[in-house]
Design a protein around this ligand. Sequence first.
Ligand code: PEP
Ligand code: MG
Length: 743
Amino acid sequence: MSTPRRLLARLRELMARGAAPLPELVRLVAAEFVCEVCSIYVMRPGDLLELAATEGLLLSAVGQTRLRVGEGIVGLAAATHAPLNLPDAQNHPAFAYRPETGEEKYASMLAVPVRRAGRTLGVLAVQNRAPRRYDADEVEVLETVAMLLAEILSVAGSVVADPEGLAATLPRRFGGTHLADGLAIGPAVVTGPARGPLRLLAEDPAAEQARLEAAVASMQRGIDTLIAGGLPQGEGADSAASREILDAYRMVAAGTGWLQRVADAIRGGLSAEAAVHRVAGDLRERMRRVTDPYLRERLADLEDMVGRLLDALDGAAARPPVPPGGILLTRRLGPAELLDWHGRGIAGAVIEEGSAASHATILARALGIPVLGGARGVVEAASPDDLVVLDADEDQVILRPEQEVLQVYARDLAVRNERRAGWAQLRDRPAATRDGTRVRLMLNIGLAMELGQLEATGAEGIGLFRTEIAMLAHGGMLDVAEQAAIYARVLDAAGDRPVLFRTLDLGGDKLLPGGAVPEEENPAMGWRSLRIGLDRPALMRRQLRALLLAAGGRDLSVMFPMVATVAEFRAATALLRAEAAKMRPAPGRLAVGTMLEIPALMWQLPALLAEADFISVGTNDLLQFLFAADRGTPALAGRYDLLSPPVLALLADLAAQCAASGVPLSVCGEHASRPLDALAMIGLGITSLSMPASFVLPMKAMLGGLDLGLLRAFLAQLRATAGGSPSLREPLAAWAREHDVAI
Ligand code: PEP
Ligand code: MG
């Protein structure tokens, strides 16, 4: 029997006897591995790695020697999640000498992190006197032992890894960036890379290989069915893009490379599940170091794939239920996954690698659930069902809060819920200021499933339907019939209320998987949105046709994003009108408008207003271009303000010119949903605002307390005396508070 097989067989015997004592385990590994030292370091509270068992180092060091994560070779392996294979460990820059261990005699060292479900539980290390580099097989064997050790440590749980049970009970706070505002309190729903395998070792490799092959076949059938349901037929960009996604996905699924390695691991004595975990873990770590965003996206595919394969292996397709009000803690999250979790009842999410402009973030805002991004380490630190306070408003998440802290937050949540209940009564009241000016409040949505929000909020229509969101959630282009079905549902639900459909706004941060987009230095200012549409008119025509089909003779309003010149607006309008001329039944009234997101349009207003039926200001993009400040860069968040003299001057000028030419003006950027910003815009004469559903009722509440006459006078005087101030937020907020306006 080969060394690895014999070692695994003996480990199996050891584990079968019950809780495997760590000293026996290190003795066994040292003997079979032919090394002079084998040591286990386990994670203690405070991110300390403590020597818990050793064969070869001085036993008096057990329980004494401690290294911080990142300190010494052991700490470095824990911090980087990667094995360190060093012929001359003592001359490595990270080496930390611990005289009590007597380790000065040993030159070479191989340290492997012990990880399970995304958490580091410890480090397994072997050492030899002679300087040598351990070969690939040896590294693999030690990684397999580390995987077994992870099971032992996690089964033993607090007894082995945390003698005082402290790590799992201490409160921990993590800072982050609010991606969607709000407060939620609930049990943690932790998603690791994948769950740990139940059965690690198997006696019959042939049987395991057969199980693997059956599972791969079943997984591939599942993928085919999934894709058959969504793959557009025919030629052209839609089909090409979908096929690319399909190919990429299938390539990973059928990839002989990684399945071969799984088969090797099975031959080495692992169960099929354990072998999948083992190989996927390696790939995951390798991909994590890749910086190319496209390749990193494949990481999500891989994780999805591993989950599907494990489902196929244990025959369990059903996911465990989410506890009521659960808060999702995860490393990454795609828009489709967020929808899935939302459907299952989560009340908020913490995404370690989430960014403000990500699709999941946009969706979370639409769904009205708080989301925090950038809270690194939270997934590792949390256990399922730990109580979590997600305070996105204050950019933090608290695990296992102290009782007093919890009480404060619970009170705050109760007050918010009460306020929300009060807002509910505003649903059927018209949105108007105290002195009687009507303000039109509309919804920003992107998915048919959000349509119920029209009734729930009493909004007057849909001021922005982001057509690209459905494609992002779907993970690829939709064909004409699929698009038309979505748009028709939107029009059906809206009834007499207006809907402003925005044509595809892809590119920038909104990339479809498989959609070939050239590498660009500044994608936000690159080949995106309408620019792609005008250069790929076939793609754009298909969308316009879908919109006209959906209208089926009803009125239709279409607007174009990222318009920089009147000529672009004309070209896009011409495409729409040409399609409309061919469509039977012809649409009722066809209104064609533009987003105002690129400052250059401000100096083309006379020509634009002569041709556009309406204008909607996209403040998210407008501000980023006006101040040359990337909307997705956290360091710039809040640095430039809508409530600053230049932006207010621009909006005042725009409102005046639109009013003079009788062209309806609305604002649909995120600023329209912020009460104080909205207040200022209403003061400038903009009385149509479009926002995510969760903001409509609080906005009505704000309006009900606002005396527009008083505000106008104050705003005029404030602007006249602003004199170079970067923001008028403070004085405006003070005015609102003084006048009891709920901002
Ligand atoms: C905007 O730019 O303000 C806007 C509404 O468009 P998006 O956020 O979809 O870019
Ligand atoms: Mg925009």
